[in-house]
Design a binder for this molecule. Sequence first.
Ligand code: SAH
Ligand code: SF4
Ligand code: F3S
Length: 483
Amino acid sequence: MEMNGRYLVRTYGCQMNEHDSERIAGLLEKEGMEETDSVEAADVIVLNTCCIRENADNKLYGQLGNLKKLKEARPDLQIAVGGCLAQKDRSIIQQRAPHVDVVFGTHNVGRASELLKVSQKSGPITEILEESEAFPSALPVKRDAQHAAWVTIQIGCDNSCAFCIVPAVRGREISRPFGELIDEVTQLANSGVTEITLLGQNVNSYGRDLTLQVRKEGLPDNPEDLVGPAWLAESPKVRPLFSELLRSVSSVSGIRRVRYTSPHPKDLRPETITAMAEVDEVCEHLHLPLQSGSDRILSAMHRGYTADRYLQRANEAKKLIPDLALSTDIIVGFPGETEKDFEATLEVAAEIQFDNSYTFVYSPRPGTEAAELKDHYVASDVSAHRMQRLRNVIERSSLRNNESRVGHEEEVVVEGRSKRDNEMLTGRTRHNRLVHFASKSIIRAGSYARVRITGARTFNLKGELLEVTATPKHKTRIPVESS
Ligand code: SAH
Ligand code: SF4
Ligand code: F3S
């Protein structure tokens, strides 16, 4: 059966999902479909969903409600729901929204186009797998940005944070073989990508499964492909692989910036910090999720570190990597969080002076340990007030850190025209700060430029262009490719 016409993929949630959406788009383009950003023009609409917090759930069912009329008017329109919420809700999706044609989960993203074809013939279908067998085999990827790319190094999560639904919907941790990652980065660099972000739920435990496999079962046929040359050369073979990976992807010719997200504070190893400090390409930016500054709450969350340990690691990193930008994730109102616990979080935030923080009000997720603690839920007005106080502390340090850049020269990668002011361009510094600067001439997205910082606000910087130092290699959009 043929698929043609236009598709639209709408993505919710984290970069994992963004990346899966790029793979879904790649599959549909392989079938001959074209992308559209108009819901009305689309023949296939894929909602790639998230369930990390309750409002993510509500958003999906709201969206599906909106699409119902469209489907009634155009019965040929196909609606597919994939991603984490699909993995969690399974058949409930088609019970609540019978106009959905296809439901697929996180372990069978590669089946998206096949399932759409099946449902054209035989009607609505839900297919959810319990677990990924191995790392999903290479799928076509349609990359969104031309100069920057995400590279998924690991799927799933072996931790059991009491608040978190990710392990239930993404499964156990599976790392991608080392050699395959280097090949993918090389291929990306050859097509003009200069910045990569290594992605995983717990990136610094990358390779734990691979090295364990070697220690248990002995060396496979092509050991370098599995664990890389540096690890193999070492004896005894105990070193973690993540720092090797950072070094190896950084040495791929053409790669100028390397980032990664997210590391877990309990697994942040000295080798990773040393690699960050020693390797020029690795950006001076560490996103290290704190979650709480109270030891009591950290323990109830099963995070595996204390506030002191976190501070110690963050301060060590700051010492070894001069000019390091630190960002974090914090949850307020975890069940049982007292005023004193919350104040401990404020204290850690004030001490570290984060550049930025994603802050979340705790949201109970079905099946997680914390969701059972109903008697200890924090009242929503208390959480909202704490959130405001936390935001004040975070925004104060964001502003102060941004102000400290005024007068500095920074390297930025140009992202495009500013949304608000057409005369202005926006770029990203190595610290991941957004800079607006004026330019009369057209500078293509993906160019590197030197900018002097002339002003600071809480969420961005202002600068003046000094010179363009590099322009992108690619001339056209990167075509669909295998990765
Ligand atoms: N693997 C990453 C986080 C993935 S989820 C890590 O461990 O750092 C991204 C963030 O969402 C988490 O860091 C946490 O701050 C937040 N989060 C996860 N579950 C949540 C919940 N139930 N309620 C509120 N925030 C949550
Ligand atoms: Fe969730 Fe914790 Fe795993 Fe992060 S490390 S995905 S917060 S369980
Ligand atoms: Fe959401 Fe799934 Fe990511 S739950 S945050 S899309 S791993």
